[in-house]
Design a protein around this ligand. Structure first.
Ligand code: FES
Length: 106
């Protein structure tokens, strides 16, 4: 069972190379735009809970946590380097009827 939530209007989506932080219920989610494709992962570094949306992209699909430098894959939420080890979570995200929508576990 899943829930689909509109998180923002299409025009509010992040520009290519940028990230947007949204909170759905009590879940912080970082939405990344990579070459026009959106990806959504949990916006909490699994090391010490810093927002991943504040990190810099260090290669095409890798964001670096701004606090201690752990790398995460924005497609999967997987931690790719220490000091983080846990997956940040990932969510299906798409644009429909002018809105950015995310699918969450119910
Ligand atoms: S809080 Fe992200 S690497 Fe430490």
């Amino acid at each position: 069972m899943t829930t689909v939530v509109e998180v923002c209007r299409e025009e509010e989506a992040p520009a290519p190379g940028q990230a947007l932080s949204v909170v759905v219920g009590d879940i912080p989610i970082a939405i990344f735009n990579i070459h026009g494709e959106l990806y959504a992962i949990g916006d909490i570094c699994t090391h010490e809970e810093f927002p991943l949306s504040e990190g810099d992209m260090v290669d095409e699909y890798t964001v670096e946590c701004a606090l201690h430098g752990a790398h995460f894959d924005v497609r999967t939420g997987d931690a790719l380097s220490l000091p983080a080890t846990g997956n940040a979570g990932s969510y299906p995200v798409w644009i429909e009827d002018g809105a950015v929508k995310i699918e969450l576990p119910a």
